[in-house]
Design a protein around this ligand. Structure first.
Ligand SMILES: [Zn+2]
Length: 129
């Protein structure tokens, strides 16, 4: 099923039916080691029926490991869901407080930069530059 999802997503991207996917979800029962956490993949750590953590590499260029709590009892917490093409959507947005300072949303596997992101500015049409 997973391979089928990858194939369908690949074909849909090539045919421009969907946009380019920045992050692809996968589920594991335990935390990924740094070697297992590759750029472009979002690892959901699931313990039984409970989603605990979402781990992925910062898409802003620094590559630092980002770890979001999905646990209902913690604050702050995020929600991650993904479609059958394994494209994750993260709610709310993610803000890095390190030197990278990037701020972004992940929607259907695509990273969408916020205007106040310190890493990469969303094109501003009003500045005339
Ligand atoms: Zn970064």
């Amino acid at each position: 099923m997973r391979a089928f999802s990858h194939l369908c997503r690949w074909i849909a991207e090539r045919c421009r039916l969907i946009g380019r996917t920045d992050l692809v979800a996968r589920v594991t029962p335990r935390h990924p080691t740094p070697e297992q956490l590759q750029a472009g993949s979002l690892v959901v750590v699931r313990d039984g029926a409970l989603d605990k953590w979402a781990c992925f590499r910062c898409p802003g260029g620094c590559g630092e490991k980002i770890q979001l709590s999905l646990s209902q009892s913690r604050r702050p917490r995020w929600a991650v869901r993904f479609d059958w093409l394994l494209r994750p959507t993260i709610d709310p947005s993610v803000r890095q407080l390190n030197a990278c300072r990037c701020h972004f949303w992940v929607k259907q596997g695509q990273v969408q930069w916020c205007r106040d992101s310190g890493h990469r500015q969303v094109p501003n049409r009003t500045n005339g530059a």
